[in-house]
Ligand binder design. Structure first.
Ligand SMILES: Nc1nc2c(ncn2[C@@H]2O[C@H](COP(=O)(O)OP(=O)(O)O)[C@@H](O)[C@H]2O)c(=O)[nH]1
Ligand SMILES: [Mg+2]
Length: 399
């Protein structure tokens, strides 16, 4: 995609038209822009993964961090939990997102109340209770106890790939039939809880089955900032996930552009805009990581699919193939092709609640620039998904 083409693309901002969260700016006046931006940047998210030993908790923790078991910093898998200590794992690119691998709940004299106290239940935004084969009495007891604390829980039935493989080959059932059978059996196991929704998931193929639906449910029950952190941190596992990330980043671009252009920003010599360069660069870098296109992610991907990094980079059509460095961002800001009048007009038409008079020119241009960046990255992520990521899925399957 050529730069000219992108700058002339009238659709770049169109998604902001149905931006349901615009009213957010009615409650967040411009003077608060930096505060909103800081809140968004610093929001913490603590996700607790629990369930019996061996159901796939640690594998799930790694998968939602975009890691595989053999990667540096991955949770150890295939081991029986022996302590009552919860293990905290940082997200590789979002420092305030933590995934907690909780101890197994399988002991015969399991006491849900005591367990929750020992793992400091109050620290988590929500719990994911994983079960394989069937949910057991301990899972139900734990859910009931979590409910009493007013925290949210979700049930995940793991290892669906195994069931589908076994049942379709041995019993000649269709995939649909296998999934429906598993759903029924889960409902049976959990009926004392009033049939909560159970998400059927294969950690090895997150893009398949119910993972996307689960992400939607989690997101719907979180505050705006936490939802943003969740969507931005979860791995690229489907086209739907890429679209979700793209929209979430476009939403976050608004307070970011405002924060970058608050009065007092220091003009950068040789750069057209007066804005906080580091805020713009940092946001674009975060966005690239969110799409799994940053240096570290590409290195991991290259090892998985056995393709040199340079080959992966050559597939990226955006200007970010070498990362979000100063030259790239400076170049974006300097471009005479960045038609200021047009940028301002588009931004103001699409974000009607912003006070036109109070808007510095830099804001419109910075927002436009961030959206151009996100759009380019989205295209790269989709192209990667169509080719390389499919290879990863095949690799996982044959493990
Ligand atoms: N086929 C399949 N195996 C899985 C899945 N998730 C985990 N496993 C395997 O199940 C075993 C136990 O996983 P682990 O994460 O250590 O379970 P934990 O004890 O609950 O932490 C490991 O051999 C994993 O590779 C999955 O979605 N599909
Ligand atoms: Mg484990």
């Amino acid at each position: 995609m050529s730069e000219e083409h992108i700058y002339e693309d009238p659709d770049i901002l169109s998604e902001l038209e149905d931006y349901q969260h615009v009213n957010y700016f009615q409650h967040n006046p411009l003077s608060n822009a930096k505060k909103t931006y800081d809140e968004l940047k610093n929001v913490t998210l603590n996700i607790a993964i629990t369930g019996e030993s061996g159901v796939g908790k640690s594998t799930f923790v790694n998968a939602i961090r975009g890691l595989r078991d053999e990667d540096d910093g991955a949770a150890e898998t295939g081991v029986t939990e022996t302590t009552m200590k919860a293990s905290r794992y940082n997200h590789p690119t979002m420092p305030n997102v933590y995934i907690w691998d909780l101890p197994g709940i399988g002991t015969p004299n399991f006491k849900a109340k005591k367990y929750l106290k020992e793992v400091h239940f109050d620290s988590y935004d929500f719990f994911i209770i994983i079960g394989s084969l069937r949910f057991k009495e301990n899972d139900v007891m734990l859910a009931k106890e979590i409910k009493k604390t007013n925290k949210t829980f979700y049930f995940v039935r793991s290892k669906i790939d195994q069931d589908v493989h076994n049942e379709t080959s041995k019993r000649k059932l269709t995939e649909e039939q296998v999934l429906s059978k598993i759903r029924q059996s889960c409902e049976e196991n959990l009926k004392s809880l009033g049939n909560p929704k159970v998400f059927l998931i294969s950690t090895f193929e997150l893009g398949k089955y119910d993972f996307n639906d689960m992400v939607d449910s989690l997101a719907n029950n979180l505050s705006e900032h936490k939802r943003s952190a969740l969507i931005r941190s979860f791995p690229v596992c489907s086209l739907r996930m890429i679209e979700k990330k793209s929209l979430e980043l476009k939403i976050a671009a608004l307070p970011t552009a405002l924060a970058a252009c608050t009065p007092g920003a220091i003009p950068i010599p040789g750069v057209l805009l007066t804005c906080e360069f580091l805020i713009v660069q940092g946001f674009l870098h975060q966005s690239l990581s969110s799409f799994g296109l940053d240096k570290k992610s590409l290195k991991r991907l290259s090892e998985r699919v056995n393709k040199p990094e340079v080959e992966l980079r050559s597939m990226m059509k955006s200007r970010f193939a070498e990362g979000v460095n100063e030259d790239v961002v400076g170049g974006m800001m300097n471009k005479p092709g960045m038609n200021l009048a047009k940028c301002i007009e588009s931004v103001l038409t699409h974000v009607p609640l912003l006070n036109v008079v109070a808007m510095p020119i830099s804001f419109s241009t910075t927002l436009y620039l961030l959206l151009v960046g996100i759009t380019e990255m989205t295209e790269d992520a989709k192209a990667f998904y169509g080719t390389v990521i499919q290879d990863v899925r095949t690799c996982n399957k044959s493990d």
